[in-house]
Design a protein. Structure first.
Length: 163
């Protein structure tokens, strides 16, 4: 999937909100079909979802690149699963870029390695990425999921921010 992502980003990548995006391809779709990602989301959030209906490769490739805090458009899905495909950094780097979340009580940083994933509600949870350091590169895939039942999606029943 990482190889497919690099090829897709190089051939068809486009800048969006300060990061590179490209449509997922056969490898990501095969992965999503072989792994019960909906069960991972349900275990993490308590939200029953269908298999992903959407996916995008995302890359941060240049020093200083970041993603400001935002919430996703409702159409992407009520739950997101971000899977890290590549996170290269210099061993001597003073700081490392990470995915960040804001909840009512805290600001949380998730420094993830290739193969790690995080599940969250992108529509309701502000999230972003801290600036890349020199020599740092990040490639990930983000899958969007729709909730089967919209009733549990109230402020009183939100899933927790990732730890």
């Amino acid at each position: 999937m990482a190889e497919e992502a690099e090829k897709a980003l190089a051939a068809d990548g486009y800048l969006h909100n300060g990061k590179w995006n490209a449509a997922v391809g056969e490898a990501a779709n095969r992965f999503a079909g072989q792994v019960d990602l909906a069960a991972v989301v349900a275990r993490s959030t308590g939200l029953e979802v269908d298999q992903p209906h959407n996916g995008v490769y995302t890359a941060y490739l240049e020093e200083g690149q970041f993603l400001d805090f935002h919430v996703d458009e409702f159409g992407f899905g009520e739950a997101n699963l971000i899977l890290y495909l590549k996170h290269e950094r210099l061993a001597a780097a003073r700081t490392v870029s990470c995915t960040v979340f804001i909840d009512a009580d805290d600001y949380r940083e998730c420094d993830l390695a290739p193969g790690d994933c995080v599940v969250f509600d992108g529509v309701l949870t502000p999230h972003g990425r801290t600036p890349l350091g020199a020599g740092e590169h990040v490639i990930l895939v983000s899958f969007g999921f729709r909730a089967r039942d919209q009733a549990p999606r109230t402020v009183a029943h939100l899933p927790p921010v990732p730890l």
